[in-house]
Structure formats: structure tokens, C-alpha cells
Ligand binder design. Structure first.
Ligand code: F3S
Length: 420
């Protein structure tokens, strides 16, 4: 790669050892992808925020110890736990301490303590066209597709290095020519009733992830007024079942106000028409529990927004969660404070819901709870549930989740997916 004089100084150690290490990692990445040069990024979102292996924590600690300071605004994905209400979460002390190590290292280097996987809703929100370096698959797919900022799916530790030097190699989705669709998915034949169901977009996202794998995709037939929270669940699901980082929704994505805008000139992509049968099969893969038992309902994967809490509170009027069921809702600190300030938090906790910030439901310390069955409104959580928590998930709408939690057993309204 061609490096500027200031970049050469980062690499030769003139700016300190931490910058030198980060620069050498980022240069190796650029060489791997035949990038011609580095480009500045306006912000970074770090995904290496869960204590999973000792090496990750030691890398962050070492960089902080060497005096690294993030050069660009940097936000943080969720920790494994609620860093404030960890006792209610029954977090073992050693698990807490390991997550605190990451917290100390990142705050020392200058990260914003956002601890959320929805930084595009409540964090450092980039603008259209910004070059950024984000980790966390749902956030990457959303920010590329809905906002039109540009990032690849950056792996753990690359995000820390990018924040330290404020640069990333120019390759992949940072370049115009790599943002064109290779697959067209068409849903124009599905009925409006189907498209108005809150569980439609999570199921569709899961299906598109399987179809697209890592191809850039265009999606035709989505109403332009689709709510932001439905987009959030759509992209989270797509990025969990496939290597999805950009799905152009025609009429929604800034770079795809028309279909032609996101296609390579003169090249018709492979086209796939979604049928009710395909949706039913995708839904069945997310709802694999074989019993009606229900220990846990978990929502907020990705983190719940203020609007989603309003819906949840409305569904709970006059109801209480069954004593045999635990109901967890996950969000970020700013939304937690908003629902606390306006009285919604009390409504939710009075009904029996536990609201957590900072954490990720997939990473909860499993040993201290005795759950075997779980229900969720998140296709991403349902997709990962068995492999990461050992629980066979039930997937449903938020209405299904509340109804089931109140009854203490799984209750799902069976509706058919329909064509026009
Ligand atoms: Fe967020 Fe954890 Fe789900 S990081 S998207 S709550 S798996």
C-alpha cells in the first residue's frame, strides 16, 4: 500500500508502540485485500466488548497500558452483562471482573460507554457517505443499508486497531463498485397483510440471509414507510443467517431510490421471488421448541428502542408476568433513562419485567439460572439460541411473547403467510 508520511511514522513507531502495533495489523489487512491506500474513518464501533477469551482482554489491556488513545469517536457494543445491575443478573464475581477489565481498558482509551448493539439508534450516528469501521453484524448491515455510511464487516481486534490509528484500508464496501447488488429478492407478490405483520421482517431477514450468503442484495416490494424498528430486526436476522453486510431496499436505502441505482450497469442479477411457503419454512427453523414449557422470555436483541418499550407497556396493561416465567428486556443506557424518566420503567417492572442495560442476552451467565425454554420476538436470538445457550427457542410476535409470559407457557397465534 502507498502510505503517507504521517502513516509511515505510525508504522515506524515514532508515534508510540500502540500505534505501531495497530498500524502493522491494519497494513497487513490492507495487503491481504490488495488495498491501494488507507482512508480516514470518521468513527469506530467496537465489537470486542464481550469477555470471551483471555487474549481479547489482554490485547485491549496492553494497548491501554501502552498509552493508546482512540483518534476518532468510538462507541462500544454490549458487554456480556449489565455493568450496573449485575447483582440482579446473578453474575459470578470472576465473570464480572473479566468484563470490568474490558470496561477499564476501553474507557481509558477514550471510548464512549454506549454498550449497545444499536449505535445507529442511540449512539454516535454517522452520516450518509461517511467511511467508518464498525463491528457487530446487525449494526453493519443497518448502517450500510439504511444510513448509507460505509463499512466492511470488521472482525474483533481490527476495530480496536482502527480506532487507535483512525484509518482503514480502502477495500470492499468502502468502494462504490463493490456496493452493487448481485442478487435481487422480490416480495411484490406478498399480501399487504403479510407485510404488515411485525414478525414478517425478522422471518424475511432470516430467509434472505440464507439466500444471499455474503452477496450484496437488492430487495424489491417493501413499503417505503417501513418502521425503523422493523428494519432493525430485518437486518439483524439477515446478518445472523448469512454473511450479509448490505441489502439495498429499493425506495428506502439512499443508494437505491430506484432499482437501477443499485445494479451494475447492463447486468441483470439473479432474481428470487419469495413465496408464502418459503416464509413458513424459514419461520419453522426459528421455532424449534417441541414443548409448551416456558422459563424465559427475552426481548431486546438487538437492544430495544423507546418505541418498542411503549408497545410492550401497552400490551401489559392490567396484566402480570406469570410467577414461573422470567421476562428480560435489554436496552442501552440512554433508553433506560428515558423509560425511567417518563414512568414506563415502573409500569414494566410492576408487571414483572426485568429491564437490563449494557448486556447481551446471548451471553448471560447461564450457570446461575436454570432455564431450558425460551421465547423471543428476535429472529437473531432465535437463530443463535440453541448453539449459544442450549435452549430450543420459540419465536413469535411481541404480542405472542407477552401473552405467553402472562400464561406461563408458550402461546403462539398461528397465522398463514399470504400472497396478494
Ligand atoms: Fe445485540 Fe447481543 Fe443480540 S449484541 S444483537 S443483543 S446477540
Amino acid at each position: 500500500m502507498i502510505l503517507s508520511d504521517s502513516e509511515k511514522k505510525l508504522l515506524d513507531g515514532s508515534a508510540g508502540e500502540a500505534s505501531q502495533i495497530a498500524m502493522s495489523v491494519i497494513c497487513d489487512l490492507g495487503d491481504l485485500y490488495d488495498a491501494r491506500r488507507l482512508i480516514p474513518v470518521s468513527q469506530v464501533h467496537i465489537d470486542t466488548t464481550l469477555y470471551m477469551v483471555e487474549a481479547g482482554a489482554q490485547f485491549a489491556e496492553r494497548m491501554a497500558h501502552l498509552g493508546a488513545a482512540f483518534r476518532v469517536p468510538t462507541s462500544l457494543n454490549p458487554s456480556a452483562i449489565d455493568l450496573v445491575r449485575w447483582k440482579e443478573y446473578r453474575v459470578p464475581p470472576d465473570f464480572l471482573e473479566n468484563n470490568r477489565r474490558l470496561e477499564r481498558a476501553y474507557l481509558k482509551m477514550g471510548a464512549a460507554p454506549t454498550w449497545t448493539c444499536t449505535p445507529y439508534q442511540h449512539g454516535l450516528v454517522p452520516r450518509f457517505g461517511d467511511q467508518i469501521a464498525w463491528g457487530e453484524s446487525n449494526a453493519i448491515a443497518f448502517v450500510n443499508s439504511v444510513i448509507g455510511a460505509r463499512t466492511n464487516r470488521y472482525a474483533d481486534l481490527m476495530d480496536i486497531c482502527a480506532a487507535i490509528i483512525g484509518r482503514i484500508p480502502e477495500f470492499g464496501l468502502h468502494l462504490d463498485q463493490n456496493r452493487k447488488a448481485a442478487l435481487l429478492v422480490d416480495i411484490t407478490d406478498l399480501s399487504i397483510d403479510t407485510k404488515n405483520r411485525s414478525d414478517f421482517y425478522p422471518v424475511l431477514g432470516y430467509l434472505i440471509g440464507e439466500l444471499a450468503e455474503d452477496r450484496i442484495t437488492a430487495l424489491r416490494g417493501v413499503p417505503a414507510d417501513i418502521p425503523v424498528d422493523w428494519l432493525k430486526h430485518f437486518y439483524a436476522a439477515a446478518a445472523s443467517s448469512g454473511g450479509v453486510s448490505l441489502v439495498h431496499i429499493v425506495g428506502v436505502t439512499p443508494e437505491a431510490q430506484t432499482l437501477n441505482m443499485c445494479l451494475r450497469k447492463g447486468k441483470a442479477p439473479e432474481t428470487c421471488f419469495i413465496t408464502p411457503k418459503m416464509l413458513a419454512e424459514a419461520e419453522a427453523k426459528l421455532h424449534i421448541t417441541r414443548t409448551g414449557d416456558l422459563d424465559l422470555v427475552t426481548v431486546g436483541c438487538p437492544h430495544y428502542s423507546f418505541n418498542e418499550f411503549i408497545t410492550l407497556a401497552q400490551l401489559l396493561v392490567g396484566k402480570k408476568i406469570h410467577p414461573s416465567t422470567v421476562f428480560w428486556a435489554f436496552t442501552c443506557r440512554s433508553v433506560y433513562h428515558m423509560i425511567d424518566n417518563c414512568g414506563l420503567l415502573k409500569v414494566l417492572t410492576d408487571a414483572g419485567i426485568m429491564v437490563f442495560t449494557d448486556g447481551c442476552p446471548l451471553q448471560y451467565p447461564k450457570g446461575s439460572w436454570d432455564f431450558t425454554s425460551v421465547m423471543t420476538d428476535s429472529a437473531k436470538f432465535a437463530n443463535y439460541s440453541y448453539s449459544q445457550t442450549g435452549m430450543h427457542p420459540a419465536f413469535g410476535t411481541i404480542e405472542d411473547c407477552v401473552h405467553s409470559a402472562v400464561k406461563g407457557c408458550i402461546r403462539k397465534k398461528e397465522l398463514e403467510w399470504k400472497s396478494c
